[in-house]
Write a protein that binds this ligand. Structure first.
Ligand code: HEC
Ligand code: HEC
Ligand code: HEC
Ligand code: HEC
Ligand code: HEC
Length: 457
């Protein structure tokens, strides 16, 4: 009871017009698991939607090994005082039905163990609060959704505008620490302050349609026997999680996450056309958050990392300059890392979200903004031309040492995704190989821009 009271005080309350209503958040343990229906029932008529959701991080929000290990540690270190807080977003049906906590309940029922599931999501008609799982859930015969004229023999269907708006996702994708009040995940907030909000581009437009960076219609039928519609939503909920989708062998969702990361940013380099041996050269690297409707990176903010790797060699492959490589422990060397760094009560940096009491720094890239880096080096007197400048934008879900500490067998290597790559030459042309897939197009555009820029000098 005390925990609930604390976190209500710190819950973000945003003024977001007509979609947010008076309903107060459903408290833990006030419903029964029998109030919810398992997704296996929804699957009978919504098979395509179900196959998209199965394998998503919503489906895995409960059995995600990274989450489970952190939850165990958080619970131990705080004597269980954050159990309701943490589980409220990751396994909501089990919290409102009183099956969790305890966090290791072995007898959890099928309906409650579904992570962020169909029936939970479609039983939230409205919410009075954004963030910290401030949902009011009313499971019943009625499923709420985006259609005004939907009919089903199995359940009542009711239109709710809430489902079509970012505020819906903001119930869980905005996290404030229950005692220190520090914002731990600002995905909704960053979106709400961005040009996307102004232009009414919602989370759903990028995350529930085939378009990764904008709305794209997906014509089809939403259920068996349902009418053909101009657009039905996609329930893959693809994000950036290449790490855990990989551990859990969700290959399709892993590929979607890679593709999404490769659409998120553009990388440009500005290098001199010519430089003499012994000359000091400065190259400019610009990273633009061109595709994400929130900060880049976002989400599990204390852990996600994005950085550039700059590799400069002469034409015979002799090293001139390097930054952004990993050392043997997997730590990023000599590079600006785009990330938020938080402090614990003693002012030391911490990756443990329950310990966070302050923000030390945050240089993540806001939607449509650009970050610029300058790299300086000297052309060696014996360098052979052309000098090759190879730049990559990289992303990983967590620092390797965090994962090594959580999993004592050290069984997981955190994959690094190449989001973009650009190559250029000093004292001669260098062909860009480009990032495979979508990235290469953007890479080429960046190269072309540099080429045109240099030609016009
Ligand atoms: C995280 C919450 C969430 C989960 C989990 C979820 N949905 Fe949805 N669903 C939505 C939202 C939001 C929309 C409306 C999206 C829009 O219109 O932009 C929607 C739309 C729908 C629709 C309307 C038709 C369509 O596709 O647009 C159906 C049917 C549906 N969901 C069924 C399901 C089923 C079945 C599952 C489980 C396999 C499921 N949903 C899981 C949030 C969720
Ligand atoms: C017997 C078949 C059947 C079952 C079982 C079923 N549905 Fe549906 N559902 C439909 C049909 C048909 C529609 C109409 C789709 C349309 O209008 O395009 C529908 C519509 C919906 C909508 C859209 C409502 C709206 O107004 O936008 C949602 C949400 C939904 N179902 C969720 C669920 C969930 C969650 C489950 C499992 C608890 C479920 N359905 C089980 C057949 C079914
Ligand atoms: C009931 C809480 C809840 C709601 C509502 C919710 N989410 Fe989530 N979502 C989660 C949790 C918890 C996870 C992370 C699970 C994990 O990684 O273990 C997640 C993960 C995701 C991911 C995957 C992130 C990655 O790293 O790959 C995406 C994308 C996402 N949600 C989008 C949405 C969108 C879009 C909406 C609104 C239509 C929404 N979510 C509504 C709780 C929620
Ligand atoms: C303009 C398109 C766009 C909009 C709008 C958008 N996203 Fe994203 N989202 C992306 C792209 C691209 C990525 C992959 C890059 C990244 O991680 O930021 C992403 C990644 C994510 C991730 C994974 C983050 C991580 O690193 O683990 C989550 C969670 C997420 N989005 C949720 C949301 C929510 C919630 C909203 C609405 C408040 C939203 N997104 C709005 C495009 C968008
Ligand atoms: C307000 C809802 C909410 C609360 C409260 C919450 N989480 Fe999460 N959690 C999320 C969402 C949403 C994501 C997905 C963000 C992303 O994709 O980066 C997530 C992601 C995570 C991840 C990353 C999983 C992965 O696969 O990368 C871990 C670990 C985690 N949460 C642990 C915790 C712990 C421990 C607590 C309690 C101290 C907690 N969470 C409280 C919503 C919540």
């Amino acid at each position: 009871m005390r925990i609930i009271a604390i976190f209500l005080i710190f819950t973000f309350v945003f003024a977001c017009g007509e979609v947010v209503a008076e309903a107060s958040p459903t408290e833990a343990g006030t419903l029964s698991h029998e109030d919810f229906t398992s997704y296996s029932t929804c699957n009978r008529c919504h098979a395509i939607t179900t196959s998209q959701w199965e394998g998503s991080m919503h489906y895995h929000a409960f059995d995600d090994p990274f989450y489970k290990e952190e939850l165990k540690l958080a619970s131990e270190k705080t004597n269980g005082s954050l159990d309701v807080f943490c589980t409220r977003c990751h396994i909501p049906a089990s919290v409102v039905s009183g099956q969790v906590p305890p966090i290791n309940n072995p007898d959890i029922s099928e309906e409650a163990a579904e992570g962020v599931g169909c029936d939970f999501c479609h039983s939230v008609k409205e919410s009075s609060e954004i963030g910290n799982g401030g949902y009011a859930v009313t499971p019943s015969e009625t499923k709420y959704g985006p259609f005004e004229d939907s009919e089903s023999a199995f359940h009542e269907a009711q239109y709710s505008e809430f489902y079509t708006k970012s505020e819906y996702c903001g119930m869980c994708h905005q996290i404030t620490h229950p005692t220190s009040g520090v914002v731990l995940d600002d995905t909704y907030q960053a979106w709400s302050e961005s040009p996307y909000a102004e232009e009414k581009v919602q989370c759903q437009d990028c995350h529930m349609t085939p378009g990764i960076t904008e709305f794209e219609a997906n014509p089809g039928r939403a259920g068996s026997g349902a009418p053909k519609r101009d657009h039905i939503s996609v329930h893959n909920f693809a994000g950036a999680n290449v790490f855990v989708t990989g551990i859990l062998d969700e290959d399709d969702h892993k590929e979607m996450a890679i593709e999404r990361l490769q659409e998120a940013a553009t990388l440009e380099i500005d290098i001199p056309e010519n430089a003499q041996p012994g000359e000091e050269v400065a190259i400019k690297v610009s990273i633009t958050n061109s595709g994400a409707g929130h900060n880049l990176p976002t989400g599990l903010t204390e852990a996600r990392q994005m950085w550039t790797q700059v590799d400069i060699k002469d034409s015979q492959g002799r090293k001139i300059y390097n930054s952004g490589n990993l050392d043997i422990n997997g730590t990023i060397e000599d590079s600006i890392v785009y990330q938020a760094i938080y402090a614990d009560a003693s002012g030391e940096p911490t990756l443990k979200l329950w310990e966070i009491t302050d923000v030390i720094s945050d240089n993540r890239i806001a939607p449509t903004s650009t970050a610029t880096e300058i790299h300086n080096f000297t052309i060696p007197t014996d360098a052979t031309n052309p000098i090759i400048v190879d730049t990559k934008l990289l992303y990983r879900s967590a620092p390797q040492h965090l994962i090594d500490e959580l999993f004592e067998q050290k069984e997981y290597e955190v994959p690094i995704v190449e989001m973009e790559s650009v190559k250029g030459g000093i004292n001669g042309e260098v062909e860009s190989e480009g990032t495979p897939g979508f990235g290469s197009v953007v890479g080429l555009i960046a190269l072309l821009t540099i080429y045109l820029f240099r030609r016009n000098m």
